[in-house]
Design a protein around this ligand. Structure first.
Ligand SMILES: Nc1c(C(=O)O)ncn1[C@@H]1O[C@H](COP(=O)(O)O)[C@@H](O)[C@H]1O
Length: 164
């Protein structure tokens, strides 16, 4: 069973990461979502990744704030693609999480998305694009979604536009 695994460093990350899960729901894509911390529960994190791989996880999404080492720790444990979602909050409001997630050493990549809701949604899109390489139906859905997005821009413009 192919699916995407989402790890969050804390339950407090769920408010944002719910948008990632909702995006998978919208496209009917299977995902798992767990709280596990590289700092607070290193053994649980390591064991979970192994189990998820055995069950068919195709890629991992790791969301964490502050000293956000979770995505890097996931990347160190698997050779599946890892997408990091830095969380806002703390004294630096996410800049710390963003740099800790993105600044990985060569050979150990974490594909890092933006802070906040856009990042959570884009993590799901990026993971679905990975799945869509071998899933034609999902690939078609993603292409249709682009058309919907494009049409929305046109209709949003019509609501406010002034054209001479
Ligand atoms: N950065 C990490 C890791 C980790 O990297 O292993 N574990 C938890 N955290 C983050 O700490 C922040 C505060 O967590 P709490 O709200 O639980 O105190 C969260 O954004 C979490 O992802």
């Amino acid at each position: 069973m192919n699916f995407i695994s989402i790890l969050m460093g804390s339950k407090s990350d769920y408010e944002i990461m719910k948008h990632c899960a909702d995006t998978f729901e919208k496209f009917n894509v299977k995902y798992e979502l767990v709280v596990s911390s590289a700092h607070r529960s290193p053994e649980r994190t390591k064991n979970y990744i192994k189990e998820a791989e055995e069950k068919g996880a195709v890629a991992f999404i790791a969301a964490a704030g502050m000293a956000a080492h979770l995505a890097g720790a996931v990347a160190a444990t698997t050779t599946k693609p890892v997408i990091g979602v830095p969380m806002k909050g703390g004294a630096m409001d996410g800049m710390d999480a963003m740099l800790s997630t993105v600044q990985m050493p060569a050979g150990m990549p974490v594909g890092t998305v933006a802070l906040g809701r856009s990042g959570a949604v884009n993590a799901a899109y990026l993971a679905m694009q990975i799945l869509a390489i071998t899933d034609k139906e999902l690939s078609t859905k993603l292409k249709e979604d682009r058309i919907v997005q494009s049409k929305k821009v046109e209709s949003d413009s019509k609501d406010v536009e002034v054209i001479l």
